[in-house]
Design a protein around this ligand. Structure first.
Ligand SMILES: [Zn+2]
Length: 189
């Protein structure tokens, strides 16, 4: 993404529109076969690819079919099917497609169209999180998110700027953890 597009998207306050954009962007940027190949060994079979299903974890080496041209997957054993975002959501346990799309983009080295904070701010107004145990779990989740998505980035920054980068990225991780927590709680208030 060029910096003008990014800057414009950061100013966009329309959450649902940018959520939709995150999903569309993830589908356009991340090939479903690349994501699938991270979780199962795929073999070419005509225009599609086949392997063991990473969703239900079966042993049949041809049950899971990926169609790169259509950007879709389907499992003949468990019946799961969809696109790259729904596959990621299924594998990583996200209920919320916009969250899944944002994480998927990050995992493949792309910026989501809007920083996740704005989504979190909305969640926070709707569902205050006060419980101390919940806070501890969120911190734990933030640690995992930080290590998975941000640690390598922080370590690659020049040493004199690393502390500032770390503070900012840790804040991102913490807010993403809160957002994930809120989306996993589903409709609870
Ligand atoms: Zn399956």
């Amino acid at each position: 993404m060029d910096s003008i597009t990014l800057a414009r998207s950061l100013q966009d306050k329309d959450t649902s529109r940018s959520a939709l954009r995150a999903i569309e962007l993830a589908k356009a940027r991340v090939p479903v076969e690349d994501l699938a190949a991270k979780h199962t060994e795929l073999r070419r079979s005509g225009s599609s690819l086949r392997g063991k299903c990473p969703v239900h974890g079966g042993d049949n080496p041809t049950a899971f079919v990926v169609a790169p041209e259509e950007g879709k997957f389907y499992c003949h054993a468990c019946g799961e099917g969809g696109d790259v975002v729904s596959l990621y959501a299924r594998l990583e346990g996200h209920d919320n497609m916009k969250t899944a799309a944002a994480f998927l983009l990050l995992e493949f080295g792309f910026e989501p169209p809007q920083r996740p904070q704005a989504w979190f701010e909305k969640d926070r107004r709707q569902k205050p999180v006060r419980d101390a145990l919940e806070e501890a779990r969120i911190e734990h989740l933030a640690g995992r998110i930080y290590r998975k998505f941000f640690e390598a980035l922080v370590m690659s920054v020049d040493e004199d700027q690393r502390a500032g980068e770390l503070r900012e990225r840790w804040r991102d991780a913490e807010q993403m953890a809160r957002m994930m927590w809120a989306s996993r709680r589903g409709g609870e208030t």
